[in-house]
Design a binder for this molecule. Structure first.
Ligand SMILES: Nc1ncnc2c1ncn2[C@@H]1O[C@H](COP(=O)(O)OP(=O)(O)OP(=O)(O)O)[C@@H](O)[C@H]1O
Ligand SMILES: [Mg+2]
Length: 451
């Protein structure tokens, strides 16, 4: 199958006609979003790709799509279609691994010739390289729902490449776990995995933290210290809460990610490090790009591949699996025998709303396990959680299906309720919701709540 990607319907029609007439099997789509599933499934033998999509005239989008295609299908031949006069873009595309390019309007015979050449060369290359198979290590990620299966399949495909990955998802959905799985299944697995919480680094400390400093670089710098990028040399750097990066730090971050070089404070020499970046955020980055609080170029740089973690309430079939997993894990860490759980208790747990997602479920299960003291865990142990959810709103949990309330309403109520329960104590509230204090602060602000 030959994949044609062009936002101009007339071009799609004429290319489809031309290729079909030549005995090929064309499929035409109009946007990068529609093209990605084809790359993910690995079906095209070649792609004809327009570089100039309407959303951005710079060609940024076309180049981005080209890189994405090659992450999923490293040896896929790509022939670029560029507007007449945009040779620079074509050259940039070739530098990024395109096989060839044609400019509009094209000579049909010449185009078909190039397609044939590309197809025969890539067939030769395929025959020459024996397929390597490696066992995928799921890093303890539990989940058999269709959403999780698809996500893990994508993780498996992108992990071995050096592609920057952006992980999106609510608090406690497992973003960090996925980042670790990517590292574990990459060629960097034996090197460090360095986690940085960017939300916790003030702008004034960004450079010394990330780039390091030498002794005496500033008051208090009593010894030299390696920065995070240098520590991650050879491995993976996990840029957590990247949506919270302030504008000045965004510029610095972009530069390091592009050049892989940096200068420790007080040092005149430039250092370099070989790292792969995986980022995560629970912020709506596209909205931040739109209102210009997050740089578009940095956004494109970090999210060659986007992974979206579904909230737990959207994949409830995973809850029993997770409960059993946490019971087993808890029995090991607390050194107590793994308790049984009654079926009513399991049913109840399967219906809670979980604004704090998997982390919250884990806390609830662990707490019940400790209270039950090794006996059978019954539904009564979760009555409080169910009540909290139920009083959070008439349409909320325990039965969440088909509720007219928005998720935001449910979340707001759950937080309000938890705050009241803990007399406004933020640490206790955050703990009971399974989110960090920082996340709680953000949510209070977002929902306009106070203690
Ligand atoms: N699919 C899963 N299987 C088993 N455990 C999981 C899974 N997802 C998350 N967990 C566990 O849930 C907890 C929260 O996960 P993690 O820290 O990765 O979430 P997060 O999305 O990074 O949260 P935050 O946004 O608050 O930083 C961890 O203890 C993690 O081990
Ligand atoms: Mg996290």
């Amino acid at each position: 199958m030959i994949l044609i990607i062009d936002d101009d319907p007339a071009i799609r029609t004429s290319l489809t006609y031309l290729l079909r007439h030549h005995g090929l099997e064309p499929v035409a789509v109009g946007s990068p979003d529609e093209a990605l599933p084809y790359f993910r499934s690995g079906t095209p033998r070649l792609t004809l790709m327009d570089m100039n999509f309407t959303r951005s005239t710079s060609g940024h989008e076309g180049l981005h799509l080209l890189r994405q295609a090659h992450i999923f299908m490293p040896s896929l031949p790509v022939i670029l279609i560029t507007a007449w006069g945009s040779i620079d873009l074509a050259v940039e595309g070739m530098r990024n691994g395109a096989f060839d390019f044609v400019t509009k309007p094209w000579d049909a015979r010449l185009l078909l010739q190039r397609i044939d050449t590309a197809l025969s060369l890539s067939a030769d290359a395929r025959d020459a390289t024996p397929g390597e198979t490696r066992q995928f290590d799921s890093a303890g990620i539990i989940g058999r729902s269709p959403e999780m299966r698809e996500l893990l399949a994508t993780v498996e495909r992108v992990a071995p490449s050096d592609a920057p990955v952006l992980i999106l998802g609510e608090n406690g959905t497992g973003k960090e776990l996925i980042a670790r799985a990517i590292h574990l299944n990459s060629r960097r697995a034996a090197a460090p995995f360095v986690e940085v919480n960017l939300g916790g680094i003030p702008a004034s400390l960004f450079e010394s933290e990330m780039f390091g400093h030498v002794k005496g670089a500033f008051t208090g710098a009593v010894a030299s210290r390696k920065g995070r990028f240098e520590t991650a040399d050879g491995g993976t750097i996990f840029l957590d809460e990247i949506g919270d990066l302030d504008p000045a730090s965004q510029v610095k971050m972009l530069r390091v990610l592009q050049q892989h070089t940096f200068q420790p404070l007080g040092d005149s020499r430039t250092r370099s490090a070989d790292f792969r970046e995986v980022s995560a955020t629970n912020a709506d980055l596209t909205a931040r790009v739109a209102d210009r609080s997050f740089r578009e170029d940095l956004y494109y740089r970090i999210n060659l591949i986007t992974l979206r973690l579904p909230p737990l309430r959207e994949r409830r079939e995973d809850i029993p699996l997770l409960v059993r997993h946490f019971l087993k894990e808890g029995s090991r860490t607390h050194n107590i025998p793994a308790p049984e759980i009654s079926s009513e208790a399991m049913t109840l747990l399967s219906r809670l709303p979980y604004p704090g997602n998997i982390r919250q479920l884990k806390n609830i299960v662990e707490r019940a396990m400790l209270i039950s003291g090794g006996g059978i865990i019954g539904a009564d142990l979760f009555r409080q959680d169910a009540e909290a959810a139920a009083t959070a709103g008439p349409d909320c949990a325990p039965v969440m299906e088909d509720t007219p309330a928005t998720l935001a309403d449910v979340e707001r109520e759950a937080i309000r309720r938890a705050l009241r329960q803990h007399n406004g104590n933020l640490s206790a509230t955050a703990l009971s919701l399974g989110i960090t204090r920082q996340a709680l602060y953000r949510k209070l602000e977002k929902f306009n709540l106070n203690r």
